[in-house]
Write a protein that binds this ligand. Structure first.
Ligand code: N01
Length: 504
């Protein structure tokens, strides 16, 4: 193909240097697919674990499972790893992989457009050196489902004169000691950061729209003997990892087929409330009225005691407006604040990256998804978008186990696809509409009896049509089985135009 001045040809363009993009880079490299770039808008690897630096940020999946299978870490300090430790782990894995020379940091993807003549994606990026254009055989999107902060639309919020920031964009320059702080949201992030704020703030108002089921966190540090055993006997660590994996998978039937079993979790949650909170009125406010599991089950030993503290108020009246220095609730009460922390989650079912990816017929992924919701073949590939692979795509997220297992399953599929394309001399592969529709129909069928669909709550798992387009509705090993080989027979394929001409 003729080169356009300034445009760089690459085989693979990977978007994002979090767990997904990093695994894709490492595994493509190992498979001999070395001509790739990784475009990362942040200044380093680690994705969510580099960006989310709010106080108390920790993983709620056990550390033994929250790591790559190909890079076990015997040095995890605790059962649930803190953010900094996870980020340092990703950095170390990246350095040791020898792939960092192909990472481009502080650079955003402006748009990606499939070019039928080139049989490549034309991708424009913008970074410190300006705008760069790439022509890539494949795009591997690993931008993450929880990366774009969702800011609440509340009257007057733009006119707030104090400090305001999202949990995922923590402003460490703000001194919180003695301040009056409001936190909007009571999800996984808020549950971790509020207990930390409670310790330093003068007063904290926590604005709750819906309570979550929160069970105790079985927290402890690994002893030096355990760490030495993990380092010297990798089999021991693998055995523990397998045990954690099996324990988490054993919960799937309760989520997916028999939500009534979740009553056991609710009993644990009620006990946790009773242990942490003495005031019956406050206990009532934090007790959910829907089936556990419908929203993500949270784990914390610190949340309820923090809410029970003298310097914390839980506010359940809806927020009516934000003024220059206060929050006003629907009952007319005005609560003055210095700092507003917005812990309101992320754009999950309308990911902004979808607006920047334009397929074969000139439509963006967002255009399609706006009409009928997110859908993909095997959570990874898209009819109408040849050679596009999304890691953590539609219906691949988990409510019960480690996303790294899913990421590795998808990365294997991408590598198998790259090998198949090279072996068969293919320029483009794209799942057939029939294959994608059948996959989506099967997901919807499996989703129907799950707690996420029947549990009686609103959650970010569901899109505007009421469909759960985010979670995988089963055990993770079945997902891995589905993606263990690249099933070319479910794809429309094209050889290169040059080869077509020779064969004609
Ligand atoms: O976000 P969320 P998050 N006015 O969407 C409320 C992962 N994670 O950042 O429930 C008032 O869960 C909203 O209320 P409601 C994990 O997968 C993992 O906390 O919609 N309130 C809710 O309380 C998690 O699930 C870790 O009624 C508003 C909160 O804001 C995901 O990230 C740690 C509002 C949003 O909760 C997201 O968690 C942290 C409004 N306008 C996060 N809009 C680990 O440990 C929203 N809310 C691995």
């Amino acid at each position: 193909m003729s080169a356009t001045p300034g445009r760089r040809n690459v085989d693979h363009l990977i978007v994002g240097a979090g767990f997904a993009g990093l695994a894709a880079a490492i595994k493509l490299d190992e498979a001999g697919e070395r001509d790739f770039v990784v475009i990362e808008k942040d200044s380093d690897v680690g994705g969510t674990w580099h960006i989310n630096t709010y106080p108390g940020a920790e993983c709620d999946v056990p550390s033994q499972l929250y790591s790559y299978s190909f890079a076990l870490n015997p040095a995890w300090s605790k059962v649930y790893s803190p953010q900094q430790e996870i980020w340092e782990y990703t950095r170390r894995v990246a350095e040791e992989s020898g792939t960092l020379d192909r990472f481009v940091f502080d650079t955003a993807v402006l748009d990606a457009r499939w070019d039928d003549d080139l049989q490549r994606w034309v991708v424009r990026t913008e970074g410190p050196a300006g705008v760069q254009e790439y022509a890539a055989r494949t795009v591997v999107a690993g931008a993450g489902g929880l990366s774009e902060p969702r800011l609440p639309e509340i009257e007057g919020i733009d006119g707030f004169q104090g400090e305001i920031f999202h949990s995922a964009r923590w402003n460490h320059d703000v001194d919180l000691a003695g301040k009056r702080i409001a936190v909007i949201g009571t999800g996984a992030s808020a549950v971790q950061l509020v207990p930390e704020l409670q310790q330093v703030a003068g007063h904290v108002d926590v604005y709750q729209r819906t309570p979550n089921w929160i069970i105790p966190r079985n927290e402890r540090e690994f002893s030096s003997i355990e760490k030495a055993v993990f380092a010297k006997v990798p089999g021991a660590q693998r055995a523990l990892r397998s045990f954690v994996y099996a324990t988490l998978e054993a919960r799937v039937p309760a989520f997916a087929r028999f939500p009534v079993l979740m009553k056991a979790v609710e009993a644990q949650g009620r006990k946790n409330i009773a242990k942490g909170i003495s005031d019956p009125a406050l206990r009532a406010k934090v007790t959910p009225d829907y089936r556990a599991g419908c929203k993500r089950i949270l784990i914390s030993n610190k949340w309820y005691p923090a809410l029970d503290a003298d310097n914390v108020d839980l506010v359940t009246d809806p927020i009516a407006a934000v003024t220059a220095d206060a929050i006003v609730t629907a009952d007319g009460v005005e609560r003055p604040i210095d700092v507003l922390v917005v812990a309101t989650g992320f754009y999950v079912t309308e990911p902004p990256i979808a607006r920047h990816i334009t397929g074969r017929d000139g439509r963006t992924l967002a255009d399609l998804w706006d009409e009928s919701g997110m859908a993909a073949y095997k959570g990874t590939t898209f009819h109408g978008f040849p050679n596009l692979f999304q890691i953590v795509g539609p219906n691949t997220a988990l409510g019960h186990s480690s996303m790294i297992f899913i990421i590795e399953s998808q990365v294997r599929y991408v590598v198998e696809a790259a090998k198949a394309m090279r072996r068969e001399g293919l320029a483009a592969v794209e799942p057939t509409q029939a294959a994608q529709d059948a996959w989506t129909a099967e997901i919807r069928r499996k989703m129907r009896p799950t707690v996420w669909q029947t549990g009686g709550c609103a959650s970010w798992y569901l899109d505007k049509f009421g469909n759960n387009t985010t979670l995988w509705p089963g055990q993770t090993f079945t997902f891995r089985q589905h993606l263990s080989t690249f099933d070319l027979d479910r794809y429309d394929v094209e050889v290169s135009h040059e080869r077509e001409a020779v064969n004609a």
